[in-house]
Design a protein around this ligand. Structure first.
Ligand SMILES: *Cc1c(COP(=O)(O)O)cnc(C)c1O
Length: 484
């Protein structure tokens, strides 16, 4: 018997994901037929996520667009399904824009973000989508394209960055993206200069952080920017607050707290290592003192996704001392958001086959996928896979194992954390890495060693059962009815 209970990090599994896992015969068939790794997306899980964000809008009596940040997953099925909802899409490359247009999004529901190539700007202008400008030169380049071809005016937002607040001693960190807040008037001058080509509809930010105070400062900065627009008689009405609402990955906060404190103990040498080669995830032992900072995503986040948006809107503005949501309502501005990860909560999973179980000082489980096929480790998210046993039941566990990838590379560990599985896996079993649609599924996948990139299938309901098709075959077309 172990002295302490096993260090589990049980994933949060909502009923829709559980119902997919319950279809284990189908999952095994799919992995047999289409190979490992296999990416599974569940487009209809998007509906609840869009609706949950909409509910927050209603609670704060706000209007605006929900733009899904496409970069979080390349799936066609997810995008096409989303096109059938009232959500829009945030595209960050020429190919993503082409994909969005082809999935059925009309231009009003598409926004281009990030730094853009000339071709990307051209197609944006030509198709009449909204451009979230990343720099002053980009505004001029876009205006030049519009003028050269005499296109209609393009709706633009200016992405701002590096906000500062007098109320609190907090300045948002440096960013490669956007126009520094203190250059707002130059930005407005630039749009003004191209008034025949550009129509300013608002200002934006996207901060790659989950820190609420930083976002409160940025949102209040954007409100001030809208005021400045109105002083200049520019009728801008939108504030786009980007993404970064986050996902709660773990079922149990106590497991997370216990894991992180035991990790600290192990780094200090007070308990056996919990990781491959004693990796500390950013923590280190300096002569008996714990140093460094934990470089992990806070995988247990009870306030995430729509609840995080709700909390941000309920936060008191650092300068005006009123809730940000109320200030927005009073300003009669629209609230636009660009959630990526949060909209994909429970929208997919990655299946991997167990190739080998090697016993030794540690049990090594080699999987037929690599650390890029399910890039949880790269993104600092620790959560246990779910085991889908082969024909017969596995040997009762729990089993402490390291999960190795299929590349001839020392560093190809699916996670450097020692994982506790409820049963000892055997070759042929499948492991399901659940809730991996946002960034972990295909963002980093490569053909290293000519290993295949996982195929992607979409699951959809036919009556009571799950049906499937290849991702690129999925369209949210209603079924034929007799009446038709
Ligand atoms: C990546 C990105 C997002 C989405 O971020 P999430 O953390 O996935 O919500 C939104 N907007 C921009 C500009 C981005 O670059």
């Amino acid at each position: 018997m172990p002295a302490s209970p096993p260090l589990l990090l049980t994933p949060r599994i909502e009923p829709i994901t559980q119902s997919v896992l319950d279809a284990s015969a189908l999952l095994r068939q799919l992995a047999d037929g289409l190979g490992s790794p296999l990416n599974i997306v569940v487009p209809e899980a998007l509906d609840a996520n869009v609706e949950a964000f909409r509910a927050v809008y209603r609670r704060h009596r706000l209007r605006g667009h929900i733009y899904f940040a496409h970069k979080a997953n390349r799936s066609a099925a997810l995008l096409r399904h989303l096109a059938a909802t009232d959500a829009g899409v945030d595209v960050a490359s020429l190919a993503e824009l082409q994909h969005a247009l082809g999935a059925g999004f009309e231009p009003r529901r598409i926004m281009a973000t990030g730094p853009k190539s000339r071709e990307f700007l051209w197609l944006a202008a030509r198709s009449g989508i909204t451009v979230n400008a990343d720099s002053l030169d980009e505004l001029s380049e876009l205006a030049g394209l519009v003028a050269a071809r005499r296109l209609p005016r393009v709706r633009v937002l200016v992405r701002l960055a590096e906000f500062a607040s007098r109320g609190v001693r907090l300045v948002s960190r440096r960013s490669r993206f956007g126009v520094p807040f203190d250059m707002l008037s130059e930005a407005l001058d630039r749009v003004d200069k191209h008034a025949d080509q550009l129509e300013l509809v608002g200002v934006a930010y996207h901060l790659d952080t989950i820190g609420l105070p930083e976002k409160a400062v940025a949102l209040e900065g954007c409100l001030a920017a809208l005021d400045e627009c109105r002083r200049r008689d520019v009728p801008a009405w939108s504030i786009d607050i980007g993404g970064g609402f986050g996902v709660n990955y773990l079922a149990d906060g106590e497991q997370w707290d216990r894991y992180t404190s035991e990790l600290a103990q192990s780094v200090l040498g007070r308990r056996p290592p919990l990781t491959w080669n004693g990796h500390g995830y950013g923590l280190r032992n300096e002569a008996g003192t714990l140093r460094g900072t934990l470089g992990l995503y806070p995988a247990h986040r009870p306030v995430s996704g729509p609840a995080y948006l709700d909390q941000l809107l309920s936060t008191t503005a650092p300068e005006q001392r009123r809730p940000l949501g109320t200030l927005l309502l009073d300003s009669m501005g629209d609230l636009d958001i660009e959630p990526g990860r949060a909209l994909l909560d429970q929208c997919g999973l990655v299946l991997a086959r167990v190739l080998e179980v090697r016993e030794g000082a540690d049990t090594l489980v080699r999987l037929d996928l690599n650390a890029r096929d399910v890039s949880l480790e790269e993104h600092g998210v620790l959560m246990d896979p779910v085991i889908i046993p082969g024909d017969s039941a596995g040997i009762a566990g729990p089993a402490e194992v390291f999960l190795l990838g299929n590349l001839c590379l020392e560093s190809d560990l699916i996670t450097r954390r020692k994982v506790v599985l409820p049963v000892r896996p055997r070759p042929g079993d499948l492991l399901a890495f659940v809730n991996t649609a946002g960034y972990f599924m295909d963002f980093s996948a490569t053909h290293a060693l000519r290993q295949p990139i996982g195929r992607k299938v979409a699951l959809f309901r036919r009556g009571d059962a799950w049906s499937w098709c290849l991702d690129e075959q999925y369209w949210p077309v209603p079924e034929r009815t007799e009446a038709a």
